[in-house]
Design a protein around this ligand. Structure first.
Ligand code: CDP
Length: 785
């Protein structure tokens, strides 16, 4: 039997979630529930958008219909209002068919939920529609994306469509890159940026409309943002400039969102640009595949597709992380040696967040003649990204997810099955510019067992940083926070205990269930880092090592600066380079040494470049030599160039904040004790004592938890008596990551204070749970924060 015969075909992509709501059409003025009332309760106090013609019931188009030539020309007329739009002739999209209806709904509702297949035109067209509807007259249109790559690429695309440059009418704002100006009317942003904007200006007065795109991703920031925006809407409804909210997704449990937004209007944009055929592989019965090794199966499947699909159809593969991706890229390159002479060359192109931007751009470049590009990606290419030429998607069905166990403050990193919503998004990447195919490396039966939606991040992360931000906004009792999926009471309490122990908040004397920011907490909020890292910076000021703390904390915000085994280096070389930076004090000081070495290198390089410029070298060759020198330095020292760049941008940001806060830039020189003391004081909850008998470390705040120092740490062999770590990660064992040697006297008083607080806190928390249980039916009516 050939592999092809063993691939079981399914009909077009169908999925339980969408089927359920596909019965709704725009011609029905009601919500997807059975109600037939024409209006949702939130009557619009909104200024009337410039609707070209309001559809009467008889003209309203059911969304299930496809675009007819007449509707096309009608829509083109509307589109011509757009300045310079004619310069860009984009293909017809399903959303064009319902444009007038959407305009009408925008006019009548404060909140809209738009659900449409991937590629139907939501992310690119809805913001433009808002501009055409006149909504940008009273403020800009903010569009939030879960990932920076999506925000950047959508802004470029829409700028082209609107015949403007990025930074003109259309711009983007992601961390460290703000391409917006006073002219910008459509701002694509990451949800984290919008959240920070809301912290600075809680009513978001600069925006008339906020569009939450890819809401199904359920990122922590978008869930919190929805909660803030609801409050913001309430406040702005009282004034003259109400806030419009649009929630968009391809797959969403619409009823859940609808009831969250007070029975908001749901609009379904039906139809997709191009069909996608989905195939399921059943590795359990197909002998060509392994029953458990999805990485191996990926290579087999790429080979199958390469030998059977037409030339020129590029492939997009979804895997879970950089190591897997690089391994598959290597194996695919090797495969070229065994292909028939008539076959094209396989061109593997890795794509993951840690890659240098130039490397990431490879995925978007035109495939050379005689080659087939195989982009091997993590879920960064899952949503809102169009990679031209991709006609086949191979979905491993797996994703790496970090889950926080709040009771023990442990991060658990595990490979999970994707949700049905994710699988659908992945398949959708194949039909962006032509009909496509998706090969799923799991059986249809297994697919049916996948969760419908992604597990919301808010249910699986440490909540302390978010609560601190919300308290800055005036929230007093997180238990009253009105979120779509409220976290467990224990998780909320764990975050409150953490913040109280770190000195960032304190319970109010009048009501112990309410909390207020302390002065120290107020300072923590200035820094866009976790509360314990902010506390390190705070204490560094007292110790006199602010410069060093900023450098270390900045480096800690990125993934590992050391890139690990590099392409051409053997084990001995790798070991030699590691040793060069290693210190007795631990990984944080090692990190500092690395950053200081790169600072020296850049000083030298800048001097050399300036001198070369004075001697009249051209800018082009100066730039080339500059970049080459950086690349060589990073490669020689096994430094991840992209992470280094991110760390130095964060360093600049933190320095800027310190300047604004009038914090003196003290330095401790070679007296690393000061910086170790700051690290220990800031992160004292992560202090451990060595248990010689067990040959493991015990967490000082909870000695029942035992762990090992991760082998990547420079202290993994010396095993000092007391350490503090940055992160606790559970993989095949429980490991402390980034470890520093400490003096127990620095943390002992803090830990005993924490234990006392915990005892009180546990008692209060038990009482709270009891109260909640007793008053369960009444709770719904409780006033929300
Ligand atoms: O948001 P949704 O998935 O509904 O669609 P979209 O992102 O607005 O994309 C609509 C169409 O625009 C896609 O089918 C692509 O052909 C095109 N597009 C593109 O070429 N480049 C982008 N960066 C985004 C979209």
């Amino acid at each position: 039997q050939t592999e092809k015969e063993l691939l079981t075909s399914t009909v077009q992509m169908t999925n339980g979630v969408l089927k359920k709501i596909q019965t709704i059409s725009l011609s029905e003025p009601s919500s997807p529930s059975t109600s037939s009332k024409p209006e949702s309760p939130q009557k619009s106090p909104l200024p009337r958008p410039k609707t070209p013609t309001e559809p009467s019931p008889s003209t309203s188009t059911p969304v299930t219909s496809v675009a007819s030539p007449s509707s096309t020309s009608q829509n083109r007329n509307i589109l011509r209002h757009e300045p310079n739009f004619d310069k860009f002739d984009r293909p017809q999209l399903p959303i064009d068919v319902v444009e007038q209806q959407l305009m009408y709904e925008l006019a009548s509702h404060e909140t809209l939920i738009i659900i449409g297949e991937t590629g139907s035109g939501k992310s690119t067209q809805v913001p433009q529609l808002c501009v055409r509807a006149g909504l940008a007259d009273s403020g800009s249109i903010a569009v939030t994306e879960p990932r920076r790559v999506a925000a950047v690429s959508l802004a470029s695309r829409v700028a082209v469509e609107m015949g403007t440059d990025v930074g003109g009418i259309v711009g983007f704002h992601v961390r460290f890159e703000n391409a917006t100006t006073h002219k910008t009317k459509i701002e694509y942003m990451t949800d984290g940026i919008v959240l920070r904007k809301a912290l600075i200006s809680p009513l978001l007065e600069n925006y008339s409309t906020v569009i939450i795109d890819e809401a199904h991703e359920r990122s922590l920031h978008s869930d919190v943002l929805m909660c803030i925006l609801k409050k913001c809407q309430e406040q702005r409804r009282k004034g003259k400039n109400p806030l419009r909210l649009i929630v968009m997704s391809a797959t969403l449990q619409a009823d859940k969102f609808q009831s969250y937004f007070d029975n908001a209007k749901v609009v379904l944009v039906s139809g997709r640009t191009f069909p996608i055929e989905v195939f399921h592989v059943n590795p359990k019965i197909n002998k060509s595949f392994s029953s458990s090794d999805y990485v191996y199966n990926t290579v087999i499947c790429v080979k199958h597709v390469h030998l059977n699909e037409p030339k020129g159809h590029d492939i997009l593969v979804f895997l879970t992380g950089s190591e897997e991706i690089e391994a598959v890229a290597y194996q695919l390159a090797e495969l070229n040696g065994s292909l028939p002479a008539s076959a094209d060359v396989i061109m593997p192109v890795p794509l993951y967040a840690a890659l240098r931007p130039e490397k990431q751009k490879e995925a978007f470049k035109k495939t050379p003649q005689g080659a087939r590009k195989v982009i091997i990606s993590t879920n960064i290419a899952e949503t809102s990204v169009t990679i031209p030429g991709v006609r086949v998607v191979i979905d491993s069905g797996k994703v790496k997810i970090k889950t926080f166990e709040a009771s023990n403050r442990i991060d658990v990193l595990k490979v999970h099955n994707v949700s049905k919503a994710q699988a659908k998004q992945r398949a959708g990447r194949a039909g962006r510019d032509a009909p496509g195919k998706c090969y799923r490396l799991y059986s249809r039966e297994d697919f049916q067992k996948f969760e419908i939606d992604n597990m919301p991040e808010i249910l699986r992360c440490n909540l302390s940083a978010t609560f601190l931000e919300l308290m800055k906004l005036g929230m007093k009792n997180p238990h009253r926070l009105q979120l779509i999926d409220p976290p467990k009471t224990e998780n909320i309490d764990a975050a409150l205990l953490e913040l109280t122990s770190l000195g960032a908040i304190r319970p109010l004397n009048s009501d112990k269930s309410k909390f207020a920011l302390t002065d120290m907490g107020d300072v923590f909020c200035m820094y866009p880092v976790s509360p314990d890292h902010a506390r390190v910076l705070f204490h560094a000021q007292k110790e006199g090592c602010v410069m060093e703390a900023i450098k270390i904390i900045s480096a800690m915000q990125t993934d590992a600066l050391f890139s690990g085994g590099s392409d051409s280096k053997n084990d001995a070389e790798v070991e030699r380079i590691r040793r060069k930076f290693e210190t007795r004090e631990g990984d944080h000081i090692t990190l500092l040494k690395l950053v200081l070495t790169t600072n020296l290198f850049f000083d030298e390089l800048n001097k050399k470049t300036e001198a070369d410029a004075r001697y009249g070298k051209s800018n082009i060759s100066l730039e080339r030599e500059y970049n080459l020198a950086i690349r060589k330095f990073c490669n020689d020292n096994m430094i991840n160039e992209q992470h280094l760049k991110t760390a130095s941008m964060i360093e600049e940001q933190l320095k800027q904040i310190a300047i604004e806060q009038e914090v003196p830039f003290s330095t401790c020189g070679n007296d690393f004790t000061k910086i170790r003391k700051s690290l220990a004081t800031g992160m004292f909850l992560n202090s451990c004592e060595y248990d010689r008998q067990e040959d493991r470390y015990r967490l000082m705040i909870n000695p029942a938890i035992t762990l090992k120092i991760h082998p990547s740490s420079c202290l993994s062999r010396s095993k000092p008596a007391y350490i503090v770590f940055s992160e606790l990660m559970k993989t095949n064992d429980l490991y402390a990551l980034q470890v520093t040697l400490i003096d127990v006297d620095w943390v002992r008083p803090l830990i005993s204070e924490h234990k006392k607080m915990r005892t009180n806190h546990l008692a209060e928390s038990a009482q709270r749970i009891q109260e909640i249980t007793n008053s369960a039916p009444k709770r719904k009516k409780a006033k929300t924060e």
